[in-house]
Ligand binder design. Structure first.
Ligand code: PHE
Length: 325
C-alpha cells in the first residue's frame, strides 16, 4: 500500500496540463466516480482493519486535496492565459522605433522644398560611363578630375566609374526628355580625395536643373534664394564667379556661417555645348543647374563639427535628430 501511494503521489505532482481538456482528464483519472484512482483506494479502505483505515484514510484524503488544489491552480492559470490572449485593453509591447539619419532628413526636406516649385524628383545611377560623367558635360580629356587620383574607375577602356558628381543625371534626363522640365536628384558621389572638412571617399549631392524658353541667371538666383530661405529663414549668401566646364557663366554659392563664408554649391547656366550633346536646341532653350553638398548643408543646420560622425553609426549621435526643424 505504501509504495502504491508514493507512486500515486508522484504521479499527481508531475502531471502536466495545458488545456481544459487536460484538466478534465486529470480529474477523471484520480477522482472519477467509478474508476478514479483515489475513488478505488477509498473503496479498498473498507477491507482493511480499523486502525490501518484511519492512517490510510487520512493519507488518501490528503491526496484528494492535492488533486483538488492542482485542479484549482491550473484552472486559474489557464483562465489567466486566456484573458491575456484575448484582452484587447492590455497595452501592447512597445516596439522601439529608430530615428531618421540626419542626411536623410535634409534630403527629404530638400525634395519637399523643390516639389513645391514644380520640380520632379529622379534617381540616377552611381555607376556611370565616361560619356555621362565627363564627356557630355564638356569635361575635356585632360581635365584633372578624370585623373586616377580623383576618380574611382571600375574599368578602363571603355571607362566605367563611380560617378564623381550628380551632374551625370542631367545628361541621362535630358537625353530622354524634351524641355521644359525642372528636375531634382539626390544621391551618393565618389571621389578619391581628402579635403579639409571631409576625409571621405563618398558624399551626397543634390543636383537641380531647369530648362525652358528664356530661363535666365536671375531665375537661378531666385531659386537658390528660395532654397536657402526655406532652410534657414534668413541667411547671408553670396554668389562668387567660378568655373565649371558644363556651365557658362558659373558661380559658387557661399553661406555666412560661424563668422566666415562656407561654400555650399556650384551652379550656373547650362553650357550650350552640353545642350547640343543631348540634342536640345540652345537657340530656343536655356537652363540653369546647381549641385549642392548635402553633408555641408547638414553641418550648418545641425551645427555638427565633424563630417565623419554621419558615417560612424553611433546611435547616441544618430538618435538626436528629429524630422522637423
Ligand atoms: N557638379 C559640380 C560639382 O560636383 C557642381 C555643379 C553642378 C556645378 C551643377 C554647376 C552646375 O562640383
Amino acid at each position: 500500500m505504501d509504495k502504491k501511494i508514493d507512486k500515486i503521489k508522484e504521479e499527481i505532482k508531475c502531471y502536466h496540463m495545458k488545456t481544459y481538456d487536460d484538466l478534465e482528464t486529470f480529474r477523471i483519472k484520480f477522482l472519477g466516480k467509478k474508476k478514479g484512482v483515489l475513488t478505488i483506494l477509498f473503496q479498498e479502505l473498507k477491507k482493511i482493519s480499523l486502525h490501518k483505515r484511519k492512517i490510510f484514510g487520512k493519507i488518501i484524503n490528503d491526496l484528494k486535496k492535492e488533486v483538488q488544489k492542482k485542479i484549482f491552480n491550473y484552472k486559474n492559470d489557464i483562465t489567466n492565459e486566456k484573458i491575456i490572449k484575448y484582452d484587447p485593453t492590455i497595452p501592447g509591447k512597445s516596439i522601439k522605433i529608430g530615428s531618421i539619419h540626419p542626411l536623410s532628413i535634409i534630403q527629404n526636406r530638400m525634395i519637399d522644398i523643390f516639389i513645391k516649385i514644380g520640380f520632379t524628383y529622379v534617381d540616377g545611377t552611381e555607376i556611370e560611363d565616361d560619356w555621362h560623367n565627363f564627356t557630355a558635360l564638356n569635361i575635356p580629356i585632360y581635365h584633372p578630375s578624370r585623373d586616377m587620383q580623383d576618380t574611382f574607375f571600375l574599368q578602363k577602356n571603355p571607362d566605367i566609374l563611380l560617378r564623381t558628381h550628380t551632374s551625370s543625371v542631367q545628361i541621362r534626363y535630358m537625353k530622354k526628355h524634351r524641355p521644359p522640365f525642372r528636375v531634382l536628384s539626390i544621391g551618393k558621389v565618389y571621389r578619391n580625395e581628402t579635403i579639409s572638412s571631409h576625409s571621405n571617399f563618398m558624399f551626397h549631392q543634390a543636383e537641380g536643373f531647369y530648362i525652358d524658353k528664356k530661363v535666365s541667371f536671375s531665375d537661378l538666383k531666385q531659386t537658390i534664394h528660395y532654397l536657402i530661405t526655406s532652410f534657414f529663414g534668413k541667411a547671408r549668401i553670396r554668389f562668387r564667379p567660378s568655373y565649371f566646364p558644363f556651365t557658362e557663366p558659373s558661380a559658387e554659392v557661399d553661406i555666412y556661417y560661424n563668422s566666415g563664408w562656407l561654400e555650399i554649391m556650384g551652379c550656373g547656366m547650362i553650357d550650350p555645348k552640353v545642350l547640343k550633346n543631348v540634342d536640345i536646341d540652345s537657340e530656343i532653350y536655356s537652363g540653369f543647374a546647381f549641385g549642392l553638398g548635402i553633408e555641408r548643408l547638414s553641418l550648418i543646420i545641425y551645427n555638427i563639427k565633424d563630417i565623419r560622425m554621419y558615417f560612424d553609426n553611433d546611435v547616441r549621435f544618430l538618435r538626436q535628430f528629429k524630422s522637423e526643424f
